[in-house]
Design a protein around this ligand. Structure first.
Ligand SMILES: CC(=O)SCCNC(=O)CCNC(=O)[C@H](O)C(C)(C)COP(=O)(O)OP(=O)(O)OC[C@H]1O[C@@H](n2cnc3c(N)ncnc32)[C@H](O)[C@@H]1OP(=O)(O)O
Ligand SMILES: N[C@@H](CCO)C(=O)O
Length: 372
């Protein structure tokens, strides 16, 4: 454990976003001495990398109050911003009780090593040459941070979608680390259907004439269209009908025949909304990370890999999720020893894991009480 984390105070500590640099911040001289670069599954070696991470609350003296939250495709390391119904003062994951940790995924644009960072080998930003991180590489990059934070056990690991993929990888890589895991709307291996959606998004970005440029805004129009297309897989027919229908009296078309308002403007707005906070390079590379997800790679079969999990597991699915359908979570629960399965009813489809706070909170609470 690092000197900085030997002091375990009891005072409430709000969320703080920090940067962990490897090898500079490796916690022991022995670890520093052993450092020969971070080897990715691809064989590429990074001489250094950094992670943006958020901690909320404090590690208690027994070191048994850790909640590690994994974010999905486009979020950042602060779950108070995107899981505000579950994380924060007075919420289920209250920093007064738990030491909450969340790391921004490498490849993202929210502080961890990403495509707009400088490549030390060239002195220029990586852009298209950003090294490919698999989901397994992501969790391996978090391991030195865990040691730095003095964490030997994680009481609860939780994450949805790509966050759940990382959680499952880590639960297999270090089976004794997690006491409880709650993978939500996720899978054991990324499906042909999911890869088809992600590949199509990349094709849309590639079709943007600016994509070949070495510029932070390259491919941004493509990314807007890709996001709008992907949103259809993140939501559901019912969700659109509920929120975006234009009834006959309100329905209008402009002179070119384009619908005004409703789903048409919603799709455009959502593309713009992402473009205001993200870049096409991160979106492109992280979609490939998601496609690489395969718990069985190098471990026999997917089923054999899942059977290595030792944590108590609650697997949650969302009944209207067309991207990660319930059959994927039913499979996880059938293979993880002793796992429980719960289907949540929601109109929000896959994105329900970011929106159905009350139901998710009740499910977590009852699971933890039953598994004390
Ligand atoms: C640094 C960061 O910001 S990271 C945190 C944010 N992002 C993440 O965590 C990533 C994961 N989150 C998400 O994917 C999304 O935020 C979700 C799924 C949680 C919710 O999606 P949202 O877009 O917020 O919700 P929703 O689909 O209801 O859309 C609401 C927005 O669309 C707008 N909107 C709704 N209908 C329409 C329409 N017909 N036409 C135009 N705009 C519309 C609303 O005004 C609202 O705009 P606002 O976000 O600027 O206030
Ligand atoms: N809305 C989610 C989609 C993938 O789970 C995100 O942007 O992270």
């Amino acid at each position: 454990m690092s000197e900085a984390h030997k002091q375990t105070g009891t005072a409430y500590s709000p969320c703080e976003v920090k940067t962990f640099r490897v090898p500079q911040d490796l916690c022991s001289p022995a670890e520093k001495l052993k450092w020969k670069g971070f080897e990715l599954e691809s064989g590429e070696k990074l001489p250094q990398y950094h992670l943006a991470y958020t901690t909320c609350g404090q590690l208690n003296t027994e070191r048994n109050n850790v909640v590690w939250i994994f974010h999905a495709l486009t979020a950042n390391s602060n779950p108070q911003e995107w899981w505000d119904g579950l994380v924060g003062a007075g919420k289920y994951f209250d920093p007064a009780k738990y030491f909450i940790v969340c790391v921004n995924t490498p490849g993202s644009c929210y502080g961890s090593i990403g495509p707009l960072d400088m490549n030390v080998a060239t002195g220029k930003p990586y852009y298209h040459d950003f090294p490919f991180f698999s989901t397994r590489d992501l969790i391996r990059s978090y391991q030195p941070l865990r040691r730095f934070l003095g964490i030997e056990k994680i009481h609860i690991g939780i994450g949805g979608s790509m966050g759940g993929q990382q959680l499952l990888e880590w639960s297999i890589e270090e089976p004794e680390l997690f006491e409880h895991i709650i993978p939500i709307a996720t899978n054991a291996i990324h499906s042909a259907w999911g890869i088809a959606f992600n590949t199509t998004q990349r094709m849309i970005i590639e079709a943007d004439g600016t994509w070949g440029q070495q510029h932070p805004q390259a491919g941004i129009a493509g990314m807007k269209a890709a996001r709008a297309m992907a949103l259809i897989s993140y939501r559901s027919y019912e969700g659109y009908a509920l929120k975006q229908s234009t009834n006959n009296s309100q329905w209008q078309i402009d002179n070119s025949g384009e619908s005004v308002g409703g789903a048409a403007s919603y799709q455009r707005y959502q593309g713009e909304k992402l473009a205001n906070r993200y870049n096409a390079f991160s979106y492109y590379t992280l979609s490939k990370t998601m496609d690489s997800h395969n718990l069985g790679r190098g471990r026999g079969t997917v089923a054999e890999a899942l059977q290595l999990i030792r944590a108590k597991a609650l697997v949650i699915g969302i009944d209207s999720d067309v991207l990660f359908p319930l059959s994927e979570q039913q499979y996880l629960a059938a293979q993880i020893p002793g796992a429980h399965f719960l289907s949540i009813s929601s109109h929000f489809g896959h994105d329900g894991f970011l929106l159905e706070f009350d139901t998710i909170e009740k499910a977590i609470d009852s699971f933890l009480n039953d598994n004390k």
